[in-house]
Design a protein around this ligand. Structure first.
Ligand code: ATP
Length: 984
């Protein structure tokens, strides 16, 4: 027998050689390795005399000869690189635009083009077909959240990647995507080992083919793998790597996706405030890019976060609706985002006591969970709360059993910890409270063992406090209470704090401190009532009625009857038998030493409840404002309180309360972030009323300051500008990409600017230096029907007086010494478009009548011309000076002054619109980060420093500060206050 080497040398590729080469491989596998069909291999192996027999030719023959030379396939796991077929030029040309579309999240167009390409037969090489499949699978996974569809698309090409048939850079793409698909939130697909194997293969290829986008995809796969395995520490580690990998990513859709991953990691770590900001930013970025999946997903998370901040449930429902709209618009499959949106929706419905609807929403989401073979843990807390409220212990036990029986691959251990939690909820509902307390403690401890899952821990701590109280464990109750409080300090949530107040009140009753208990219950009731939590408000009222009975209040029976009727009316919300601890039952069962005299409500005591209500951590600004008014109404019934904002010109905007009744007493205060507010009441106040009003306004001011500094959503994606729908606002953002408007006043202005789009009227923009007058002028142009025509800016302060006229109106050659050629002048240069005349106050007196003529007749008289020239220009003028003062001083013509005042627009100084500070700072950080690098984050100390500064130089000063802070050395990951060096 001839050896392989001998055959290789002779280069003979007869049937025997082929069969020997194929060895133990099937024809199909061998064919796949070579990129030919099994039929071709069959023909090679036919006796040479057979009519169908063929011989290998060309490049394939070359590879086979090489293989022969190398001693055959044995020991070769992949074919030598020659068997990798490069893409043909025409294939690359056709594929490139589709891949570019994917980067811009233009899923629909990309899909159509890729499918068309596939069907057209243009893609001949396996590499091109695989690349098209990667594109399709990518958009299915990250455009539609359809992991299964993506997997089905990619699967046929995984084999090709295994056999080394694809060009290496294409193989890398296949492995990167496969790593992510095996780390997907679909229990049927999830396989961390396979995901890791693909990561390893891709890493090996990346040594030769560095690819920043693929690297980021791999880090995302690792982070997702760790998350779905429920390994909190690894999640943190890999998320840091995602953040690092972000640096080189150029693909905008991928960047957003990676940002979203980082936000999730922050949320998992319990850095809720920071996460909220990121969710909001990603949702906005996604809306701008038209990236429905990310928008939907982040809106769902925002809804959940807003519920933590005790927003009104209706607001959360609105966000959920927007999530669904985005998902629908993006033709998304029902997956991860659907489940999270449903959870927020059910939570909001529960607060509105719409129990049946909440249950239906959860059932629907559960069906999706089952379809995806996903862990049921993410709906467990909401479910448990619902069944605790509606007293369904049997259902709770069934849920606990379901959770502990879960044997899927996603977050199995964590699901077990949730099972313990739900079991404890069942005990709280009907079993012994001691068991419940021990159960919550065990579930909390388990969450810590698993690396610390703060959301589960928060629930465990909170309900353990309640259980300890019901079990009559005073000492342990205090200890857990302290722990829960400390936890909520780190992870503020207004809603959970209000609930904790309620449980704390029960503990106080147990300790015989009923008056303090009442105060806490009232504070908690205030928060629930104002935030529209019908359900919790009803429970708290019921406790207050019990307390009244306990205190021997003659009206208690009536109160109790009314409260129980309310609970029944709300859908059978009878408190479970042990819901009221024995110590709160009538006096016979009360603890010794109980203060049984009705609470007196005089002097300092009157402030306890208001102070408690206004100092709940984690409230957003709107809730604080309403709390402030609610507290005033409680203290001075019928006083018609109202809260207004006063700008630097003394203009008033009503923020809350009724604006119809004139105030008889009012105090002004700051919100610590540059805004002046005014709290007013109508009607006579008691003797110390004004002092009380002042003290409350101060406290309200602090609460607002904290809320703003922490970034609790006062103004954000869900708060559109006046008369503007969220969709319109998003559209406006897209139209004016560099125009930052986060504050209500700037949002209002943006709407007004758009309304002026079709008008030709002259606009005068006033405002302090650096406030953004030119930015407004440009925005006017961009939004106007003239946007496709020229925009010309002319600074009246920068041109010597003698050249002024010529520059503005133009001149003919020779019309004055030095006029060597014709000059059209800026007015004619702006024909059809917009002329921005900056520093109009510097316009020389003798030029003023000529400009007036242009404004009145649309006629320009260039120097040296005998006839006027018609121009169609919209003039936008700007000044930081007081033009009326210049008129009084005779330095500005009155007629021109009035002509300019047709449409005045005032840009407020930055100190009057604090909400813009952080948004602008982030915008500048992004703008000033060199291409290809990751913009640093602004650290909390930097944010606080930015918010505290008064910005006399306005936006320009802010931009300079950011520029300076980024000017030295390599960019840090986080920009701190130290780098800012804001002038004092
Ligand atoms: N709303 C905004 N969004 C983004 N950037 C802004 C905004 N407002 C101002 N800026 C930036 O701040 C800087 C100053 O703005 P601008 O030049 O428009 O101020 P100005 O009021 O015209 O100043 P001056 O009175 O000194 O001419 C510019 O870099 C501008 O890009």
């Amino acid at each position: 027998m001839e050896s392989m080497e001998e055959k290789g040398e002779r280069g003979e590729l007869g049937p025997d050689a082929i069969r020997a080469l194929r060895g133990g491989h099937s024809r199909a596998a061998f064919a796949r390795m070579l990129g030919v069909t099994p039929l071709t291999v069959y023909r090679w192996e036919l006796p040479e005399s057979a009519p169908q027999a063929r011989k290998p030719r060309g490049r394939v023959a070359q590879s086979l000869r090489q293989l022969l030379g190398a001693g055959g396939l044995s020991g070769v796991s992949r074919l030598p690189s020659l068997s990798r077929q490069p893409l043909r030029p025409e294939e690359s040309v056709r594929l490139q635009p589709c891949l570019e579309r994917l980067k811009r999240a233009e899923w629909r167009a990309a899909e159509e083009e890729l499918l068309e390409l596939g069907a057209s037969g243009v893609l001949k090489t396996p590499g091109a077909r695989a690349l098209a499949a990667v594109g399709l699978a990518h958009l299915q996974r990250w455009g539609r959240e359809d992991c299964r569809g993506a997997f089905a698309t990619l699967l046929p090409h995984l084999g090709e990647a295994e056999t080394g048939l694809l060009p290496e850079w294409v193989e890398l793409q296949v492995h990167a995507l496969a790593a992510n698909l095996y780390a997907s939130p679909d229990g049927k697909l999830f396989d961390a080992t396979r995901s890791d194997a693909h990561v390893a293969r891709a890493e090996a290829l990346m040594a030769e083919h560095p690819d920043a986008d693929a690297r980021c995809l791999l880090r995302m796969a690792q982070m997702a793998g760790a998350f779905y395995l429920g390994e909190a520490e690894r999640v943190a580690r890999y998320s840091g790597r995602v953040a690092e990998a972000l640096a080189g990513v150029t693909d905008p859709a991928l960047r957003l996706l990676a940002e979203d991953i980082c936000a999730h990691e922050e949320a998992i770590r319990g850095e809720a405030t920071q996460a909220t900001r990121r969710f909001r930013e990603v949702a906005q970025g996604a809306a701008r890019l038209g990236y429905a999946f990310l928008e939907a997903r982040n809106l769902a998370f925002l809804a959940q976060r807003r519920l933590d901040e005790a927003c009104e449930p209706e607001e959360a429902l609105l966000l959920v609706r927007r999530t669904r709209e985005a998902a629908y618009g993006g033709r998304m499959a029902r997956g991860f985002s659907f489940i999270f949106a449903a959870r927020a929706e059910a939570e909001a419905l529960l607060r509105l006591a719409r129990f049946t609807e909440a249950e239906a929403v959860l059932d629907e989401a559960d069906a999706v969970v089952a379809e995806l073979s996903w862990t049921p843990l993410h709906l467990a807390v909401t479910r448990a709360r619902l069944w605790l409220t509606t007293s369904k212990p049997a259902e709770l036990r069934r849920l606990a059993a379901k959770l502990s029986a879960y044997d899927g691959s996603i977050q199995r251990s964590l699901t077990g910890a949730y099972a313990l939690f739900v079991e404890a909820m069942a005990d709280l509902s009907s079993g012994p409270a001691e068991h419940a307390a021990a159960g919550f403690a065990a579930a909390g401890a388990r969450s810590m063992e698993l690396g610390g899952w703060p959301y589960l821990r928060r629930e465990c701590l909170l309900y353990e406090t309640a259980a300890r109280v019901y079990a009559g464990h005073r000492e342990e109750g205090r200890v857990v209470l302290r722990r829960t409080r400390a936890f909520l300090e780190r992870m503020p949530s207004a809603w959970h704090s209000a609930l904790l107040h309620r449980f704390e009140a029960l503990l106080l009753v147990l300790e015989g401190r009923t008056r303090e208990a009442r105060e806490l219950l009232e504070a908690s009731l205030g928060t629930f009532r104002l935030s529209g939590d019908v359900c919790m408000a009803a429970y708290t009222r019921n406790l207050l009625a019990w307390l009244a009975k306990h205190e021997g209040d003659p009206a208690a029976d009536e109160l109790l009857a009314a409260s129980e009727a309310e609970l029944r009316r709300l859908g059978g919300m009878t408190p479970p038998p042990n819901f009221i601890p024995p110590s709160v039952r009538p006096p016979s069962a009360s603890a010794p030493g109980t203060d049984s005299t009705p609470a007196t409500r005089l002097g300092a005591e009157a402030l306890v409840v208001p102070f408690e209500r206004l100092s709940v951590r984690g409230m957003g600004a709107p809730l604080i404002q309403r709390e402030l008014l609610g507290v005033l109404e409680g203290l001075f019934p019928g006083c018609a309180p109202r809260l207004e904002e006063v700008d630097s010109q003394g203009r008033i905007t009503l923020l809350a309360g009724l604006g119809t009744v004139p105030s008889t007493d009012e105090v002004e205060f700051g919100d610590g972030c540059g805004r002046r507010l005014r709290l007013g009441v109508a009607g006579p106040l008691p003797a110390d009323g004004r002092a009380l009003l002042t003290a409350l306004s101060r406290l309200g001011g602090f609460a607002l300051e904290v809320a703003t500094l922490r970034g609790f959503a006062a103004v954000d994606v869900e708060a559109p500008g006046p008369n503007e729908s969220p969709a319109e606002e998003t559209a406006r953002d897209a139209e004016l990409p560099g125009f930052i408007a986060a504050s209500p006043s700037m949002k209002r202005m943006r709407v007004e600017l758009a309304r002026l789009s079709a008008s030709r009227s002259t606009v005068i923009v006033t405002g302090e230096s650096g406030a953004g007058k030119e930015v407004v002028a440009r925005a006017l142009h961009v939004l106007s029907t003239r946007s496709q025509r020229p925009y010309v800016a002319f600074n009246c302060a920068a041109v010597p007086k003698e050249l002024f006229e010529g520059q503005l109106f133009g001149y003919r050659r020779g019309s004055f010494t030095g006029a060597a050629s014709d000059h059209p002048g800026v007015l004619r240069a702006a024909h059809g478009g917009t002329l921005f005349l900056d520093e109009i106050g510097e316009l020389p007196l003798d030029v003023q009548p000529k400009l007036l003529r242009v404004l009145e007749n649309g006629e320009v008289f260039p120097l040296g011309e005998t006839r006027p020239v018609e121009v169609d220009v919209r003039v936008v003028a700007a000044t930081h000076r007081d033009l009326s003062q210049l008129v009084r001083e005779g330095r500005f013509r009155e007629d021109l002054y009035y002509r300019l005042q047709v449409v005045p627009v005032r840009v407020p100084p930055l100190r009057e619109r604090r909400e813009d500070v952080v948004a602008l700072a982030r915008h500048f950080v992004r703008q000033l980060t060199p291409e290809g690098q990751t913009p640093p984050r602004l650290g909390p100390d930097a944010l606080a420093a930015l918010m505290a500064h008064s910005w006399p130089g306005n936006v320009r000063e802010l931009r300079n500060v950011i520029e300076r802070s980024m000017a030295y050395g390599p960019l840090p990951t986080v920009l701190g206050a130290k780098q800012m060096r804001i002038a004092g």
